[in-house]
Design a protein around this ligand. Structure first.
Ligand code: SF4
Length: 309
């Protein structure tokens, strides 16, 4: 339960440019404002994110603006996250939980602090709570032993916003390479974990049909496309313009990619997913807008689409 801590001065070179300022959080479960995605709560074991994606809209949030440096150069581990979650676990009965809306739960520092892992251990003891993890990192594999123990009530989303790692090097220079994310998808799927691939926020995809084929062959359960959200006067606009990538802001481009990727899921698999959703709705006798509705399969992910944070 108690996370393993390292003092910043003993941190490995991987973190040497990262300012680490641990804190004791006052709360850990964040209710979701909009129930259309079916998530009761989100949980972020860290503030800040060492991936520091250049488009990340979280950098404009108040708790990010109070960080100790530019976005991507600091991270604040919430040391008491597992204990807080333990004390609040009764709120998760028949709820869904998303890790994480405002950070990556498997950013590099998780390798040392293991706060996400400690939270997952708590969640294992909440048998009616559905869990969706979302990350860009193969580090999630280090918890494969725990993930398997959740069974069908857990799914893992992997962000793969482009098929071109040279694009990734521009927009997410500190995040793991695209090939390593596909390898992660395959490894998780082979282990029997429900895996979603999220092309979010959608960047330039040079071969959408090949992307879709890769997803299908990797064993993903579902594919999502989410469009980019720019902050007011966002400097990322100039990055897009400078690389002639402004098309990613065009709704027609996003819709075209979405249609190609959605066709990638074999019809039988979609039918099974839809049938299970219908059966669950009928069993509960509630509409999809009911906030107490636990979701069964591949929920859409808040924070990645219309900004439910
Ligand atoms: S991994 Fe997610 S939270 Fe972290 S910087 Fe990138 S978009 Fe933001």
């Amino acid at each position: 339960m108690t996370p393993r801590l390292i003092p910043p001065e003993a941190a490995p070179s991987l973190f040497q440019d990262l300012k680490v300022e641990p804190e004791e959080a006052r709360s850990i479960l964040r209710p979701q404002r909009d129930d259309q995605y079916g998530f009761g709560f989100s949980l972020s074991p860290y503030r800040g994110c060492g991936h520091g994606c250049r488009y990340c809209f979280v950098r404009g949030y108040p708790n990010a603006l109070h960080g100790c440096g530019d976005w991507g150069q600091w991270v604040t581990p919430k040391l008491n996250a597992p204990e807080l979650l333990w004390s609040q676990r009764h709120r998760l009965h028949q709820q869904s939980l998303f890790l994480s809306t405002a950070t990556d739960p498997y950013q590099p520092i998780e390798r040392e602090y293991r706060l996400t892992r400690a939270c997952l251990n708590v969640l294992l003891g909440c048998p009616t709570c559905r869990v969706l993890i979302h990350t860009r990192s193969p580090l999630v594999i280090q918890d494969l032993d725990l993930l398997k123990r959740f069974g069908d009530r857990l799914s893992v989303g992997i962000s793969i916003p482009t098929d071109d790692d040279t694009v990734r090097q521009v927009v997410e220079p500190k995040a793991p390479p695209i090939p390593s994310r596909w390898a992660t998808v395959e490894r998780l799927a082979k282990a029997g974990i429900n895996v979603n691939v999220a092309a979010t926020p959608l960047m330039a995809i040079t071969d959408p049909t090949g992307f879709a084929r890769r997803a299908r062959e990797s064993g993903v359960s579902n594919l999502w496309v989410g469009s980019l959200r720019l902050l007011k006067n966002d400097p990322f606009y100039d990055v897009l313009a400078g690389h002639c990538w402004l098309k990613v802001l065009d709704p027609d481009y996003v819709q075209g990619i979405r249609e190609i990727l959605e066709m990638a899921l074999p019809a039988p698999r979609r039918k099974v997913v839809n049938a299970k959703r219908k059966a669950e709705k009928a069993r509960q006798g509630c509409s999809s807008r009911n906030p107490s509705k636990p979701i069964l399969l591949q929920p859409r992910q808040p924070g990645l689409f219309e900004g439910i944070i």
